[in-house]
Write a protein that binds this ligand. Sequence first.
Ligand code: BYC
Length: 315
Amino acid sequence: MRDMQTAEAGFQARIDEGVKIEPKDAMPDAYRQTLVRQISQHAHSEIVGQLPEGNWIGRAPTLQRKAILLAKVQDEAGHGLYLYGAAETLGVSREALIEDLLAGKAKYSSIFNYPTLTWADIGAIGWLVDGAAIMNQIPLCRCSYGPYARAMVRICKEESFHQRQGFDLLLALARGSAAQRAMAQDALNRWWWPSLMMFGPPDEQSPHTAQSAAWKIKLVTNDGLRQKFVDQTVPQAEFLGLQVPDPALRWNEARGHYDFGPIAWEEFYQVIRGNGPCNRDRMNARRRAHADGAWVREAAQAHAAKQRARPGAAA
Ligand code: BYC
């Protein structure tokens, strides 16, 4: 018992000094489990996150927009793969993580349980959802676990392109006809509050924040990031000429931040319990895609096995 306490104190001291933890280093089991939980949820979010946008690839209004959207959705698949790779360095298998997702045991981001009803929603996802994702992920580039922090560097670069393409799409609509402006406004109305929920529950209701902050997995709290996101995004909405759907939103000179209205946390908890508008559709689509891809996985494994069995192949 005393040995364990000494080991944990030693581990915490390394974290406090800013040392990066690497896969072969000793680490408390709870640290490992927290990372597996967070990184795998993050990976699942990237994979499920392809569905709402993928829904519009065949309906993009121009060839250029279609090429951009296709590239963005492919990037999200790549992010999922880097993140599953980062989780595997903690001793879990990708297959087991994916099984947990398909069995409905693992979470993915609440935001992907909302529908994409119009083309403007693609702009709103890029601008708001990727914007919120970057806000959360920039600090993760400095988190204590080396493979996660390094995966985040590339992901953040790509998310930054995603955010800009979303803003550019909405700018085109905002400068277009009255009907296009109305479509952009309607998308902002529907995506604003779910985007604020992406940062997770308020700090005082967040069971994991205190420990994750001590381990430098979380460098900024849920509420801290949410406030930064509001402060950054409101002037962008003004530039677009769109109205943020919050009558309580106002600049607070004394705080140097925007004040904003109450978030409907009951909706958030319903969504993460599986009762959002699209939870069932998303999981059914994922399960179907996984089953349809079985032959590709088998072929890839058979090819790898054949390569390994070649005379002269490295043992
Ligand atoms: N949705 O104590 P808390 C993207 C859960 S995708 C669902 O604050 P934590 C993109 C939380 O898991 C963006 N569940 O937890 C892709 C916990 O439940 P469990 C994904 C949520 O972990 C495609 C419980 O609520 N980004 O970039 O300290 C296209 C209590 O919460 C949510 C990441 O995953 C939610 N929104 O903090 C476009 C970033 N929020 O596990 C974009 C990495 C909370 O005890 N993750 N919960 O059952 C994180 O930074 C943290 O995990 C969170 C939550 C801030 C999300």
